[in-house]
Design a binder for this molecule. Structure first.
Ligand code: 0O2
Ligand code: 0O2
Length: 264
């Protein structure tokens, strides 16, 4: 049987996981900066533990020298979405990328597993530039909603606790919980526009408040304390109940006063 130097073997996987995490989080950051909706809510990733790799190789009869080719989830990236239809958008984003190659996809959202598990899986081939040249590794994307993730995480822990032999009554309860998670996703989709509007409103307000605070700080640093205090008080009054047009008006006022001093 082949002997594997695990530390060395896992280096490209560690690197791939770090790179993919950054790349996917950047999509979110870029869209948010442009004030656009991001179908990606958050991203986690991990390299499989050696003990789990060995366990899986044993279970599926994978010879150790075939692990890199036959075990597809040594590098695992999980992408969480707010709404079910965001999953399709993320899948599309990944399909369009030139820096990875899709090997195959498994749609456990349309084809729910008997356990109740739902997620969209994509297996990709990803090139990693190492100190001594390029190598390619396989990685698994799991794309799911927050509700799907909550359920899968709980079920995963229970499987671990009961060594994949969850008692029937708990299995039944998990099945009910899976149905509830499914319904929650459906209901969230129904009020999606309302939720997105509220989130947008929050973002617009918070960016207005940030600009006002910056102007107040500039006024203070110019020694214009009475104006700065007056604007601070107005801002405090608007913080909780202020409408967008009121915050906008306050921002304009601070700009006018700042312009006056800057022109001098
Ligand atoms: P487990 O086994 O669930 O207890 P960061 O600080 O976020 O930049 P960090 O801390 O290295 O980086 O990793 P991050 O993003 O917190 O992600 C680690 C988590 O990945 C794991 O936590 C899991 O929640 C998740 N994860 C676990 N298994 C898988 C998997 O099979 N596929 C994917 N895609 N993600 C997985 P733990 O506690 O390390 O792991
Ligand atoms: P980990 O790191 O413990 O999560 P299979 O024999 O069908 O179960 P296969 O063929 O390797 O497994 O691929 P599949 O079905 O696409 O599953 C790959 C991964 O999806 C699993 O990795 C899990 O992370 C997740 N998954 C699949 N089914 C379930 C499920 O019923 N419940 C939960 N919680 N997660 C699931 P591993 O190998 O379990 O590793």
């Amino acid at each position: 049987m082949a002997v594997i130097e695990w530390k060395k073997f896992l280096i490209p996987y560690d690197q791939a996981v770090e790179e993919l995490k950054v790349k996917l989080r950047s999509i979110r950051r870029e869209l948010r900066k442009k004030n656009e909706y991001s179908p990606i809510e958050f991203v986690t990733a991990r390299v499989k533990e050696v003990s789990s790799i060995l366990e899986k190789a044993n279970k599926f009869d994978i010879p150790l020298d075939r692990i890199a080719y036959e075990m597809e989830d040594i590098a695992g990236i999980r992408i969480m979405c707010q709404f079910v239809d965001d999953i399709d958008k993320v899948v599309e984003l990944i399909r369009q990328r030139r820096d990875m190659q899709i090997i195959y996809e498994k749609d456990y959202v349309a084809n729910v597993k008997t356990s109740g598990y739902r997620s969209y899986h994509m297996i990709i081939k990803y090139p990693v530039n190492m100190a001594d040249g390029q190598t390619e590794i396989l990685a698994e994307f799991q794309i799911r909603t927050l509700a799907m993730n909550f359920w899968a995480t709980v079920e995963h822990s229970l499987n671990y606790k009961y060594k994949h032999d969850i008692p029937t009554d708990i299995r039944g309860k998990l099945k009910n919980a899976a149905d509830a998670a499914f319904k929650l996703d459906e209901q969230m989709l129904e009020i999606k526009d309302e939720i997105k509007d509220a989130q947008k409103l929050f973002e617009v307000k918070s960016s207005l408040v940030t600009s006002i605070v910056e102007n107040i700080l500039t006024l203070s640093s110019l020694g214009k304390i009475p104006e700065a205090s007056r604007f601070s008080e107005s801002l405090n009054r608007l913080l909780e109940v202020g409408e967008i047009h009121e915050l906008n008006a306050l921002l304009e006022e601070t700009k006018k006063v700042l312009d006056k001093y800057n022109k001098r």
